[in-house]
Design a protein around this ligand. Structure first.
Ligand code: GUN
Length: 314
C-alpha cells in the first residue's frame, strides 16, 4: 500500500502527457489543470440550464467586513462564476452589520428565484454567530455544504451539496487514479469547513480514516503511518517533510503567507516531495479545486430545482 505503482494509468488532465513531477520524484497533483477542466464542464451545464430555464444559474456571495484574504477569495469566486456563465450577486456588508441584518439578507436570498446558491464567506466578524448564519441558509441553496442538513446527509452516505474543499480533494485523487478504498488516510485539522467534512468524504470513499486535532497525543506517528495525508491546519510548514511515509499521497489545504510574502502550505514541500508518491503544490493545488467545486455545486443546485432527488428532503 502507498507505493508508487498506484500511479499507473493516472489521468494527467487527459492530455496523455507524462505527469509533472516535483524534484525528488513525487507526481504533482495539478489542481489548476483539473479545475480548468471541471470549470469547462460546468460552463456547458450552465449554458444548457440557461437554455432550458430561460435564466442562468445564480450564485449570491456575501462578504462581511474587511478581511483581506476573504476579499481575494471572494473576487476569485465571482470571476470564476462569470466565466462559467453563472450570474453572480455580490453583497459586501460592513463589519458593523448586525447579525439580524445579515440573517434578513440571507432570508431574502433564500426567497429569490434567481439565486440557486448562497455563500457567506467565513470568517464573519466577532459579534456575528457563524453557526446561526450557516443554519439560516436554505439547505437546497447551501453551495458551501456547511448547513447541518447537508453535513448530516454526507455522514449518512447520501451527499447532496458537498463542502467544496474536501470535495475538491476527492475529485483530484480520483483524477490521478489514487485508489482510496482501504487506504489509511490521516486528516490533520478538525474544522467544520475542512477537517470534519474531509473525514466524512474519505469515509464515503471507503478509506480508513484518522482525524488529528489539538488533542492528538502523537501527531508524528499518525502522519508517519498514513498512506494519504490531508493537511488543513493553517500554519506554514506545520508538517515536516520527513514525517511523510514514502509513496504517500499528500494533499495540502493550507494557504499561508510567509514574512517574505511567499504563499506556502502546511507541509514543508521540498522534503515532503522527495518522499511522497503524489503531492499538491501551493498555490495551484487545492485552492483552484475549491472554486471549481463551488461552481459545480451551484449548477447542481440549479438543476436540482427542476429535477429534485427522490431520496432527499425537499
Ligand atoms: N473561508 C475559508 N474557506 C471557505 C469556504 O470554503 N467557504 C466559505 N464560505 N468561507 C470560507
Amino acid at each position: 500500500m502507498g507505493d508508487r505503482s498506484r500511479a499507473s494509468g493516472a489521468a494527467t488532465g487527459d492530455t496523455g502527457a507524462a505527469p509533472l513531477r516535483a524534484t525528488g520524484g513525487a507526481i504533482l497533483l495539478d489542481g489548476k489543470a483539473l479545475a480548468a477542466k471541471v470549470r469547462a464542464g460546468v460552463a456547458l451545464r450552465a449554458a444548457r440550464f440557461t437554455t432550458r430555464a430561460g435564466r442562468p444559474p445564480g450564485l449570491a456571495v456575501v462578504r462581511v467586513g474587511e478581511d483581506p484574504a476573504s476579499a481575494v477569495y471572494v473576487r476569485n469566486k465571482l470571476k470564476a462564476s462569470r466565466e462559467a456563465g453563472i450570474a453572480s450577486f455580490a453583497h459586501d456588508l460592513p463589519a458593523s452589520v448586525s447579525e439580524a441584518q445579515l440573517l434578513a439578507l440571507i432570508g431574502e436570498l433564500n426567497r429569490d428565484a434567481r439565486v440557486d446558491g448562497i455563500l457567506v464567506q467565513l470568517p464573519v466578524p466577532a459579534g456575528v454567530d457563524a453557526n446561526r448564519v450557516m443554519d439560516a441558509v436554505d439547505p437546497a441553496k447551501d453551495v458551501d455544504g456547511f448547513h447541518p442538513a447537508n453535513t448530516g446527509l454526507l455522514a449518512q452516505k447520501r451527499p447532496r451539496l458537498r463542502p467544496c474543499t474536501p470535495y475538491g480533494v476527492i475529485r483530484l485523487a480520483q483524477e490521478y487514479g489514487i485508489a482510496l478504498p482501504g487506504m489509511r488516510a490521516t486528516v490533520v485539522g478538525a474544522s467544520n469547513i475542512v477537517g470534519r467534512p474531509m473525514a466524512l468524504e474519505l469515509l464515503l470513499a471507503r478509506a480508513t480514516v484518522t482525524v488529528c486535532h489539538t488533542g492528538t497525543r502523537d501527531l508524528k506517528s499518525e502522519v508517519e503511518r498514513a498512506e494519504l495525508v490531508v493537511a488543513a491546519v493553517g500554519k506554514a510548514g506545520f508538517i515536516p517533510g520527513d514525517w511523510i511515509r514514502p509513496g504517500a499521497a499528500v494533499f495540502d489545504v493550507g494557504i499561508n503567507r510567509t514574512p517574505s510574502g511567499k504563499l506556502v502550505g502546511d507541509v514543508d514541500f521540498e522534503p515532503a516531495a522527495r518522499r511522497a508518491g503524489w503531492i499538491t503544490p501551493v498555490p495551484g493545488g487545492i485552492g483552484p479545486m475549491t472554486i471549481a467545486m463551488l461552481l459545480t455545486n451551484t449548477v447542481e443546485a440549479a438543476e436540482a430545482k427542476h429535477a429534485p432527488r427522490a431520496d432527499l428532503p425537499p
